[in-house]
Design a protein. Structure first.
Length: 495
């Protein structure tokens, strides 16, 4: 999924005026769903038929993407799943980094702008543009742009038409103020290039256009954000996003909200870490990870209202390399108002949860399945879910192309059925001596690692409630092909 240019997850932002606060209007990339939620290509898995949030529409820049391709309709991050011509604000992206112009431009040297109002209205014109190793300090500035981008891809890849743009080796330090953008492709605050650095605190950022994200980094740029108020309102407009070439975003505190279709709260093709933040996506997932990249949340509140809570996938659009995404959350909460809490497709994923308040309305905790990305017949999901000091509730499902590994440790509890339909390619469940599983329906596992829970012919740490678990006889030599009794009725039976 591409962001709706970073908006497979489009974040919708409502401009809020802060006295001398920086307001950024952006188009969102980055949430995952089939053709509706995030701007990534639409996925038609068992968990949802919505499109991947956050991929922008429009052709990818020149150059071949990794092998694999996408299969279906719908696009991520605003990119079409097929690579055909686009619907985004501008068409084909450039293979060469472009910065456009700025209402205020600093090219080299150092400067301080305090209490200044900066307004931009032209196409491809940022409010603030710093380049050529320039160093700018913004204090209580009011940045406002109404122009749009001529290319949604160039906006997502390079920050063209952003409210505030640090280009290549530039550095921007901003405190307070506002950043507001209204044009399509007009991201709020953007760092492009491995030497680009933005440190921003106490700013209010609002982006209302399509493919307009709140804070964003690509090409190795970095953004460090503290106590921001960010909102996006357009389709495919994630609140926090990275794009081609990756980036590093570190968020502490603050509130991030998206209301646009396919606009996830977080869309990562790089490294995103949030601590003590509130992330609320009303038109897409709370978080999307594409490729071998990551999202880490600590003591934060994450909520997704459409498609699922968290999606991990590989679109093979060329925006994210690798096939081993990671989502880690410690403390805080994660809520999915629709669809599974976790969905994995066309990639290998690791999910780590510790002391998180998890909630989902669909009854499905985890779904691993083929969707519209990848090569038919080999595009399932492989996922390892590590739970420590964690309560888990809901069904775990997988299709014939997918593998699930569940590891419960440190007093974790699972209440739910695993692979009830028996369709998964492989399922492994591991329980340590302190963890327990309570069944809500018949379950099928390939491997059950539960040495501490088996006493004679009884499994002491699995409550069956009258339901059975069927295990592979050949894959569990330690069980010796025997049938065991579960607490509360039901049996562990070889097949």
């Amino acid at each position: 999924m591409k962001h709706a240019r970073k908006s497979s997850v489009a974040r919708s932002a409502t401009a809020v005026g802060l006295a001398a606060a920086t307001v950024i209007t952006m188009s969102a990339c980055g949430s995952a769903a089939t053709s509706s939620t995030t701007a990534k290509p639409a996925a038609t898995s068992s968990s949802s038929s919505a499109a991947v949030p956050g991929k922008p529409s429009g052709k990818a820049p020149s150059g071949k993407p990794p092998s694999g391709g996408t299969m279906g309709g719908g696009s991520m991050k605003g990119k079409p799943s097929s690579g055909s011509g686009g619907m985004g604000p501008g068409g084909t992206g450039s293979s060469t980094a472009v910065s456009g112009t700025g209402a205020y431009t600093l090219s080299g040297g150092s400067a301080v702008k305090s209490g200044t109002a900066i307004t931009a209205a032209a196409t491809n014109e940022s409010g603030v543009l710093v380049k050529n190793s320039g160093r700018l300090t913004l204090e209580n500035a009011a940045v406002s742009t109404t122009g749009k981008s001529s290319s949604s891809d160039d906006s997502s890849f390079y920050g063209l038409d952003a409210g505030v743009l640090a280009f290549n080796s530039a550095t921007i330090t901003a405190t307070g103020g506002t950043v507001r953008t209204t044009g399509n492709g007009a991201n709020g605050v953007f760092a492009y290039g491995s030497g680009a650095r933005i440190t921003i605190s106490g700013t209010k950022i609002t982006a209302t256009g399509q493919y307009a994200h709140g804070i964003m980094a690509s090409g190795g740029g970095s953004v460090t954000a503290t106590d921001l108020t960010v909102s996006t309102a357009g389709a495919s407009s994630a609140a926090i996003a990275t794009d081609r070439g990756g980036g590093i975003i570190k968020v502490t505190g603050g509130t991030y909200r998206t209301s646009g279709q396919n606009s996830p709260g977080l869309y990562s093709t790089g490294t995103i870490t949030v601590t003590g933040a509130t992330i609320d996506a009303t038109g897409a997932e709370a978080a999307v990870v594409e490729g071998s990249n990551s999202v880490t949340a600590v003591d934060s509140s994450l909520a997704g209202s459409v498609n699922r809570g968290v999606m991990i996938y590989q679109s093979f659009s060329g925006d994210a390399q690798g096939t081993s995404g990671t989502f880690t959350e410690t403390g805080g909460s994660l809520t999915a108002l629709r669809g599974p809490l976790f969905f994995v497709t066309n990639t290998t994923a690791t999910i780590n949860v510790t002391r998180v308040k998890l909630a989902e309305s669909s009854g499905t905790l985890l779904d691993a399945a083929a969707s519209s990305w990848g090569t038919a017949g080999s595009n399932g999901g492989t996922v390892t879910l590590n739970a420590s000091h964690q309560a888990l509730t809901g069904a775990v499902t997988a299709d014939k192309l997918s593998t699930v590994i569940l590891r419960l440790t440190d007093g974790s509890r699972l209440t739910g059925a695993v692979n009830t339909a028996g369709t998964a390619r492989k399922v492994t469940v591991t329980l340590d001596a302190t963890s327990k599983w309570t069944l809500t329906a018949t379950s099928h596992v390939t491997v059950l690692n539960d040495t501490a829970g088996i006493s004679g012919t009884t499994v002491t740490n699995i409550t069956g409630n009258g339901h059975n678990i069927y295990y592979s006889k050949s894959a569990n030599p330690s069980l010796d092909g025997k049938t065991y009794t579960l607490v509360g009725g039901g049996e562990l039976i070889p097949e």
